[in-house]
Design a binder for this molecule. Structure first.
Ligand SMILES: *[C@@H]1O[C@H](CO)[C@@H](O)[C@H](O)[C@H]1NC(C)=O
Ligand SMILES: *[C@@H]1O[C@H](CO)[C@@H](O)[C@H](O)[C@H]1NC(C)=O
Ligand SMILES: *[C@@H]1O[C@H](CO)[C@@H](O)[C@H](O)[C@H]1NC(C)=O
Ligand SMILES: *[C@@H]1O[C@H](CO)[C@@H](O)[C@H](O)[C@H]1NC(C)=O
Ligand SMILES: *[C@@H]1O[C@H](CO)[C@@H](O)[C@H](O)[C@H]1NC(C)=O
Ligand SMILES: *[C@@H]1O[C@H](CO)[C@@H](O)[C@H](O)[C@H]1NC(C)=O
Ligand SMILES: *[C@@H]1O[C@H](CO)[C@@H](O)[C@H](O)[C@H]1NC(C)=O
Ligand SMILES: *[C@@H]1O[C@H](CO)[C@@H](O)[C@H](O)[C@H]1NC(C)=O
Ligand SMILES: CC(=O)N[C@H]1CO[C@H](CO)[C@@H](O)[C@@H]1O
Ligand SMILES: CC(=O)N[C@H]1CO[C@H](CO)[C@@H](O)[C@@H]1O
Ligand SMILES: [Ca+2]
Ligand SMILES: [Ca+2]
Length: 569
C-alpha cells in the first residue's frame, strides 16, 4: 500500500514546487554573508577589545570559508553606551577600533582577497554626545529639529513624559533635558536620542554619511532597526497588552502601533536606495547591497523588497520559530517566506546575530549545525554570526559581569532574560591564552571556558567539525541545483523535516532533519520521491553519520536531533 501513503503524504504535506528565481548578477546571490562583532573578533593591540587591524589580520579566514562578504557591526566614534550602536560621529572610526587609515587598510586588503565589506548604518538615533544633539539642545539651526523634542504633560503638579512609550531596553522612551526644558525620544538607551525623519535636511545629512563610506569603497550597508525610524506624529499612548506577564516598564508590555512599523519608513529607505545607486552609476561600480533589520511581520518584512532592500533580514529561525516548534511549524514558515519573495528577488535566512542567544544555545548543541544546513540547502542568501562556523555557544554571565544596557536596565533579578552579553564573547581562534583573541590579562567580556576544544585551529585538524561542515555548505550553496532548482519542504512523518531541491536530469539534493529525541528509521524515498541510493554529503557533527557513504533512502537511520544532506553526485 505504499502508493496510498504516498498519496496521503502528498495531500497532508501540501506539496509545492516553486519556479526558480531569475538569475541576477548580484555578487551576493547564493553566498553566505558573515557578521563580525568587532569588539570580539580579534584584538591587535592587547587592550582586550577587538579592532580593525585585528580584522585585517584575519581576512584570510573569509577566503578560506569562501563567504562573499563581511558585515561589520558599528566601528564609528561612540561613547559605547550600547557598544557602538550609539554613534557620536558617523564618519569617523572610534579610537578603540583604530583610524580611518586602518579602515582603508582593511578594505584594500579585503578587496584584493575578493571579500566584500558591508557597514552597519544606524539611522534611527545618534549618541547624546553627537554634536548634532548638543546643538539641538541649544536650538541651534539647522539642528534644533534633528531630534524628536516634546513638552512634558503636567500631572498633579509634576511634569511627566508626553506619553507612555517605552524604550526597547526598558523604562520610558522619553528623557527630560533640563537645558532645553523638553523631553527627547529614545527608542533604545537614554544615550541614543531618536533622529527626526520628518526633517528633510536631516535625511540629506544621512545620505551624505552613506556617500562618505561609498567613497571609501564599501560594498553596501546593513540598516539597523529600520522599523523604528518613523513615529506617528500624534504621539498617542500605545495600548497595553493584557496579561503580558512582564513588568509595566518592560518594552514587551505595550503594543507598539505608533512607534514602530510606520508606513513612512519605506519611502525613507527608497531615498537611501537612490542615493546609493546614483553613487554607483557614476563609478560604474558593482551593485551595492542593502540589508534591512526589522523584527516585524512577514508582510511588513517582505515590503522592504519593494522599496530598495535586497535582503530584508529573515529572522524566522530566531523568532517566531524556536526549540519548541514542530516540523509543521518549520514547513509553514519556510513555505510562506519562499512563496512571498517577490519575483526577481532572493530569499535570505539568518542563523544568529549579536542580539540573540547563539544558535546552539537556542536549540541545544545537537541542533547547532541544523540551521546552517537548512540555510545552505534553501534558496537565497545565508547570514551567519561570527563563531557560528565553529559552533560557539553562549557563555552565561553573572550579574556583575553584565555590561549590556539591555541587561543592566533589567536589574539583578531579570538581567539574564535581556542581556545580550552571553552571545558576544571573544572569537575562539585556538587553545592559547584568551583563545588567541587577545594578549590582554582581561578581555572586555570573558572567553568561553570551552575554548580549549571549541576553536578554529582544533577544528581545522578534525575530519568531522562544525568548521569542515560549514565549508562544505558554502560550496553546496554555489551548486546550480541550489542556485536555481525547485524547492519542496516535506514532512517525512511527524518528526522529520525534509527539503528537496531538484533540477531536471540530475539527482536531487535532500536535507533531512530529525526533530525528535530518539533514533528511528524513515523511508525518505517514498515520502520524498527520491532515488533509492544517495550519498551522504554532510551531516551534523554530533550525529556521527559518516560522510561519503551511500545510503539506502528507504531506510534512513537518523539519530536524535540529527541533520543530514544527501546527494546523487
Ligand atoms: C569560492 O567560490 C567561488 C565562486 O563564488 C568559486 O569559484 C571558488 O572555486 C570557491 N573557492 C573554493 C576554494 O572553493
Ligand atoms: C566627524 O569626525 C571628522 C574627523 O574628525 C570631522 O571632520 C567631522 O566634522 C566630524 N563630524 C561631526 C558631525 O562632528
Ligand atoms: C596594514 O595592515 C598590515 C597588516 O596588519 C600592516 O602590516 C600594515 O602596516 C598596515 N598598513 C598601514 C598603512 O597601516
Ligand atoms: C492625581 O492625584 C489624585 C489625588 O491624589 C489621584 O487620585 C490621581 O490618581 C492622580 N492622578 C494621576 C494621573 O496620578
Ligand atoms: C530543546 O528541546 C529539547 C526537547 O524538549 C530539550 O531537551 C532541550 O533541552 C531544549 N533545548 C533548549 C536549548 O531549550
Ligand atoms: C560578583 O559579586 C560577588 C558578590 O558581590 C563577588 O563575590 C564576586 O567576586 C563578583 N564577581 C566578579 C566577577 O566581579
Ligand atoms: C598582566 O598581569 C601580570 C601579572 O598580574 C602583570 O605583571 C602584567 O603587567 C599584566 N599585563 C598587562 C598587559 O596588563
Ligand atoms: C592545542 O592545540 C594544538 C593544535 O591547534 C594541539 O596540537 C595541542 O595539543 C593543543 N594543546 C592542548 C593543551 O590542548
Ligand atoms: C540586530 C541589531 O543590530 N540590533 C540592534 C538594533 O538597534 C539597537 C540600537 O541601535 C542595537 O542595540 C541592537 O543591537
Ligand atoms: C531521533 C530520531 O530519530 N527521532 C525520530 C526520527 O524520525 C522518526 C520518524 O519520524 C521518528 O519516529 C523518530 O523518533
Ligand atoms: Ca584592541
Ligand atoms: Ca525613530
Amino acid at each position: 500500500m505504499w502508493w496510498f501513503s504516498l498519496y496521503l503524504c502528498l495531500i497532508l504535506t501540501n506539496f509545492r514546487v516553486d519556479s526558480a528565481p531569475k538569475p541576477t548578477k548580484e555578487w551576493w546571490k547564493d553566498t553566505f554573508i558573515y557578521q563580525i562583532y568587532p569588539r570580539s573578533f580579534m584584538d591587535s593591540n592587547g587592550d582586550g577589545i577587538g579592532d580593525l587591524n585585528g580584522i585585517t589580520s584575519k581576512l584570510e579566514h573569509f577566503v578560506d570559508l569562501n563567504v562573499s562578504a563581511i558585515w561589520i557591526s558599528p566601528i564609528y566614534v561612540s561613547p559605547m553606551v550600547d557598544f557602538g550602536y550609539d554613534i557620536a560621529n558617523f564618519t569617523d572610526i572610534d579610537p578603540i577600533y583604530g583610524t580611518l587609515s586602518d579602515f582603508t587598510n582593511m578594505t584594500t586588503k579585503a578587496k584584493a582577497l575578493g571579500i566584500k565589506v558591508i557597514l552597519d548604518f544606524v539611522p534611527n538615533h545618534t549618541s547624546d554626545k553627537h554634536p548634532w544633539f548638543q546643538k539641538s539642545i541649544k536650538k541651534i539651526q539647522p539642528y534644533s529639529d534633528y531630534y524628536i523634542w516634546m513638552d512634558g504633560v503636567l500631572v498633579n503638579g509634576t511634569t511627566q513624559p508626553p506619553n507612555n512609550w517605552l524604550s526597547v531596553f526598558g523604562n520610558s522612551a522619553w528623557e527630560f533635558n533640563k537645558e532645553r526644558g523638553q523631553y527627547y525620544l529614545h527608542q533604545f538607551a537614554i544615550g541614543q536620542p531618536d533622529l527626526n525623519y520628518h526633517n528633510i535636511p536631516l535625511n540629506t545629512e544621512m545620505q551624505n554619511v552613506l556617500t562618505f563610506w561609498l567613497d571609501r569603497g564599501v560594498d553596501g550597508f546593513r540598516i539597523d532597526a529600520i522599523n523604528h525610524l518613523i513615529e506617528d506624529t500624534r504621539y498617542l499612548d500605545e495600548p497595553k497588552i493584557i496579561n503580558s506577564g512582564v513588568p509595566d516598564n518592560d518594552y514587551d508590555s505595550l503594543k507598539h502601533i505608533y512607534s514602530r512599523d510606520q508606513i513612512g519608513t519605506y519611502s525613507i529607505l527608497q531615498t537611501w536606495r537612490k542615493a546609493i545607486d546614483s553613487h554607483g552609476k557614476k563609478l560604474k561600480a558593482e551593485p551595492k547591497i542593502i540589508l534591512t533589520e526589522a523584527y516585524t511581520s512577514l508582510t511588513n518584512t517582505i515590503m522592504y523588497y519593494n522599496y530598495g532592500s535586497n535582503i530584508p533580514m529573515n529572522f524566522m529561525f530566531i523568532t517566531p520559530l524556536n526549540n519548541h516548534s514542530t516540523t509543521m511549524d518549520f514547513k509553514r514558515h519556510i513555505d510562506a517566506w519562499i512563496n512571498n519573495v517577490p519575483k526577481g528577488n532572493l530569499a535570505n535566512w539568518v542563523v544568529s546575530n549579536h542580539d540573540q542567544h547563539r544558535v546552539g544555545t537556542r536549540y541545544g548543541t545537537r541542533r547547532t549545525d541544523e540551521f546552517s544546513m537548512l540555510v545552505a540547502t534553501l534558496p537565497g542568501v545565508g547570514i551567519i554570526y561570527y563563531g557560528d562556523e565553529i559552533g560557539m555557544i553562549d557563555r552565561p554571565m553573572s550579574w556583575n559581569e553584565t555590561v549590556d544596557p539591555a541587561g543592566c536596565n533589567a536589574g539583578p533579578q531579570r538581567y539574564y532574560l535581556k542581556s545580550r552579553d552571553p552571545a558576544r564573547t571573544p572569537y575562539q581562534w585556538d587553545n592559547t591564552t584568551n583563545a588567541g583573541f587577545s594578549t590582554a590579562n582581561i578581555t572586555w567580556l570573558p572567553v568561553h571556558s570551552n575554548y580549549k576544544t571549541v576553536n578554529l585551529a582544533a577544528e581545522k585538524l578534525m575530519m568531522n567539525s562544525h568548521y569542515s561542515l560549514f565549508k562544505k555548505l558554502v560550496a553546496l550553496k554555489k551548486m546550480p541545483i541550489i542556485q536555481s532548482g525547485t524547492t519542496e519542504v516535506i514532512l517525512v512523518g511527524e518528526m522529520v523535516l525534509g527539503v528537496v531541491r531538484r533540477l531536471p536530469d540530475v539527482p536531487p539534493v535532500v536535507l533531512l532533519v530529525n526533530f525528535s529525541e530518539t533514533t528511528e528509521i524513515v523511508d525518505a524515498r517514498t515520502w520524498m520521491n527520491i532515488p533509492e541510493q544517495l550519498t551522504v554529503y554532510a551531516s551534523s557533527v554530533e550525529s556521527n553519520i559518516p560522510c561519503e557513504v551511500t545510503m539506502d533512502t528507504t531506510e534512513v537511520n537518523l539519530p536524535a536531533a540529527a541533520s543530514v544532506i544527501l546527494v546523487g553526485f
